[in-house]
Write a protein that binds this ligand. Structure first.
Ligand SMILES: [Zn+2]
Length: 76
């Protein structure tokens, strides 16, 4: 007996969803992963036509699970 193959969804029927820039950190206290929505700044167009997009990160964050607070720094 043949198993019917599942048809892939046609491209048109897929709903579009907006993705956002985010920052993440692993909490030192509880080890869980936290995501923080980035604050998007207006894009800046350079003289050569390139566009830079700036995403700001918060100076302080708190773990959403154990509520421990941290100052932030960018990972190297
Ligand atoms: Zn935590």
């Amino acid at each position: 007996m043949e198993t019917p193959k599942k048809k892939p969804e046609p491209e048109q029927e897929r709903e579009k969803i907006e993705v956002h820039s985010a920052w993440m950190f692993d909490c030192n206290a509880c080890g869980r992963e936290n995501f923080i929505r980035g604050v998007r700044r207006e894009s800046v167009e350079n003289d050569d036509g390139r566009v830079d997009l700036y995403v700001l990160y918060p100076r302080e964050v708190a773990c959403r699970f154990c509520e421990k607070q941290y100052e932030t720094e960018l990972s190297g």
